[in-house]
Design a protein around this ligand. Sequence first.
Ligand code: LLH
Ligand code: MG
Length: 379
Amino acid sequence: MKISEIRVETFRYTSDKGKDIQGHGHPAEPHEAQQAMLTIVSDEGVCGYSFREDITMAMGLVRPLLLGEDPFYRERIWQNLYQRQREGSALTDRVLDAIDQALWDLAGRALDQPVYRLLGAFRDKVPAYGSTMCGDDLDGGLNTPQAYGDFALQLVARGYKAIKLHTWSTPMPGAPDPKRDIAACAAVREAVGPDIVLMLDPFHYYTRQEALYLGRELEKLDYYWMEEPMDEASVSSYIWLTEQLDLQICGPETAKGGLKTRAEWIVRNAADISRVGTGDVGGITPMMKIVHLAEAFGVQCESHGSSIGNLHALCAMGIAGQFHERGLLHPFTDYETPPPWLNALPDPMDDEGFVPAPQGPGLGLDINFDYIRDNLVSG
Ligand code: LLH
Ligand code: MG
């Protein structure tokens, strides 16, 4: 089998979410936005698909490397792309992720098997945690500690057995403020009681002392983990923090360097729990290497983000990973309706807080091809 064509089709949809200057998602007035579908076509007619915000820019680099390749040579393709990633390249980890996920999708469609079974299945459903958006200043939104407590009750009623708060970050008024973060964490613990698992993902540029303060307060509130309270470029700060807390520190999430960075964090004890998402490291292929690296060191490894690729990886992780991050959730936005380019939600959750492994061939996305064709921007 050979890759015969690579297409990127960019299409319009109406979004009710926007991003602030730090890249955090928030509710927004409905507005036109764009999404792109990557299609990798084989000479035997089988295709693989994945979705990303626009990756057209990288295609000039990608096409010559992929055309004519056997789509089952995922490792060779990934290494070829990775070795061309240096500073300034359009081949970002997110581009590599889109390609790798489309190749896994193609393989699954060719073999009529879901990706998690090709990876080596471990389980058929995973527990989810409800991951809130960052704090804001919207009436009825996530604007006060009490608002977090009220929203947490709604999440528990929906079936979540675990919740992660993203609290206030710049540029929100009053942020950053570790005391207000802890007030929100306390309001949530007070609202949901002792049996719900809770985590915190606060402002990412606190000082060591502020992060230590957060950690010590979270221990009193029986929180499970904290992630990215400081700039992840400072591994020494994370070693310092992890040494002093019983609370588990989870990371790295946004630090560059994929497998190698995670290896450094594990051997230097910079976090208790490792962390990886397909978008952070360039796909399912490198994500599984990190999962197995963590397993080799007896370290837990938690999945970052709600990508369908993460869900397959999670269903193929042994002891290393526990939760699917479901969200981001907010009182004003609806996570239960699929986006218009899909006919079904990729990560539906039952009333007990479990997300099933996708059972369709490949990634198992139920794509609304008519919607995409009718809303093309270019292609
Ligand atoms: O606000 C956001 O978009 C999140 O913080 C985002 O970065 C999210 O991916 C995250 O940190 N999850 O753990
Ligand atoms: Mg995070």
